[in-house]
Design a protein around this ligand. Structure first.
Ligand SMILES: *Cc1c(COP(=O)(O)O)cnc(C)c1O
Ligand SMILES: [Zn+2]
Length: 414
């Protein structure tokens, strides 16, 4: 019943230019004709009737928030079950950091093992609604797998553009789903440039290029879920990883939407943006007290999913961080590896390096006194450790190999 009424509502009002505010009908465009600013989805909030009870009988996926997602037709939704991931209360990890209340939002358990299933389910659904004959994306690896899986579900051909040095498991995963991988000799920015050219040359829906305004909406659900799972409350502090900065912007927008719809009361959340030191253009700009993001020409970090040297949403991410009263910080590969192991050993959660980045940044911000022990903190862990198995294999202890006798066992048991 709820669903039918949603279908009749035109929840999307327009696509609106983030710079000059010009509005466009919600079609397959992504940049403003007047000022080339990025477009974003504007909703008819006055028509959206949601209260906390509305969610009681809804699916446990991102589609429980369908009024706030830019897809009109239920029948076009491509749903592999992304979202509604667990928010773990993490007392053991909290104790090692000296915090009172810490949660991990565990997006390692999405259908393709990263948070990218959130924007991918929305983007591929929208591509279907637009009647696209194929989908594509530029990716540091996780979006490739997420787009490929959702495209497979509806039989759409899928072309992904990735830097040629991404992790083997991400290649494996994406190939298994049947996508065509274009491994570009160069870094993410090179792959992204080529994908942008391809989006002009071919009539495909490129999820993070020509249908980007719709794609980014999916990531808001991370913020929605955190609030809902905390009992309709926004946390004091949120640690968010940054590559292009799109996720952080989406989360900030999501929090503000929930406040606007009275689903949370006061919004006091300070957002901390987290990057690896080997590719930290946004965090560098924050520390230089600048809104001018200087591209990193040669990113170098084990956190490959965050290796975007020229972040498209860097400026907007900085603005969101400042608006929230938060900070940006970066951590070294060594700190990242340490944090991955600490998270795994204290809480049983196995994260890829991007998850190590947020946990390590949290640790650093507590040590620096930026985060106080009394804050309620939520740390986003956005990708699964198996994604980066070859990187992590080098830093673990080898298993004991023994003869199958009790005598040999006794020698190694401490
Ligand atoms: C893509 C990605 C991010 C953040 O990406 P943005 O480009 O900033 O939206 C964070 N973590 C993982 C694991 C990712 O794959
Ligand atoms: Zn404009």
């Amino acid at each position: 019943m709820v669903i039918e009424s949603v279908e009749r509502l035109e929840c999307i009002r327009s696509l609106k230019c983030r710079e000059c505010g010009r509005e466009y009908p919600p079609i397959k465009i992504y940049a403003c004709e007047d000022c080339f600013g990025p477009l974003e989805v504007a909703y008819n909030y006055d028509f959206i009737e949601l209260d906390r009870k509305s969610f009681q009988d809804r699916p446990k996926t991102v589609w429980r928030y369908s009024e706030l997602l830019p897809v009109h037709h239920r029948t076009k939704i491509v749903d592999l079950g992304a979202g509604y991931t667990i928010l773990h209360r993490c007392d053991r990890l909290a104790k090692t950091f000296g915090l009172r209340k810490l949660y991990i939002k565990d997006d390692t358990v999405n259908p393709t093992y990263s948070f990218k299933d959130r924007p991918a389910t929305v983007a591929v659904s929208k591509a279907l609604e637009f009647g696209a004959k194929a989908v594509g994306c530029a990716s540091t690896g996780n979006l490739a797998a997420a787009t490929a899986a959702h495209a497979a579900k509806v039989g759409l051909p899928c072309y992904v553009f990735v830097p040629s040095d991404i992790e083997l498991n991400k290649i494996l995963q994406t190939t298994i789903y049947g996508a065509r991988i274009v491994a570009v000799k160069g870094n993410y920015d090179d792959a992204n440039r080529l994908a942008a050219q391809a989006s002009e040359a071919y009539d495909w829906a490129f999820v993070n290029i020509n249908i980007r305004p719709y794609y980014v909406e999916g990531s808001k659900t991370l913020a929605f879920e955190i609030c809902e799972q905390l009992g309709w409350r926004a946390p004091d502090r949120l640690i968010v990883p940054m590559a292009s900065g799109a996720l952080l912007c989406a989360i900030w927008r999501g929090l503000k939407e929930f406040q606007r719809l009275d689903l949370v009361d006061d919004l006091k959340t300070k957002i901390a943006g987290a990057q690896p030191t080997g590719c930290a253009p946004i965090s560098n700009a924050f520390k230089a007290n600048s809104l001018d993001v200087k591209p990193i020409e040669h990113p170098s970090t084990i956190s490959k999913s965050l290796a975007i040297g020229d972040p498209g949403d860097g400026f907007y991410a900085l603005r969101a961080i400042r608006e929230s009263g938060g900070v940006a910080e970066s951590v070294t590969d060594f700190e990242i590896l340490d944090a991955i192991q600490l998270l795994a050993k204290t809480e049983g959660i196995f994260a890829e390096p991007a998850g190590g980045v947020t946990v390590a940044v949290l640790k650093k911000l507590v040590e620096l006194g930026e985060i106080s022990p009394d804050e309620e903190v939520v740390c986003c862990v956005t990708g699964n450790g198996f994604k980066a198995a070859e990187t992590l294999m080098n830093c673990i202890a080898k298993p004991f190999e023994i003869e199958p006798t009790l005598e040999s066992l006794v020698k190694i048991v401490r």
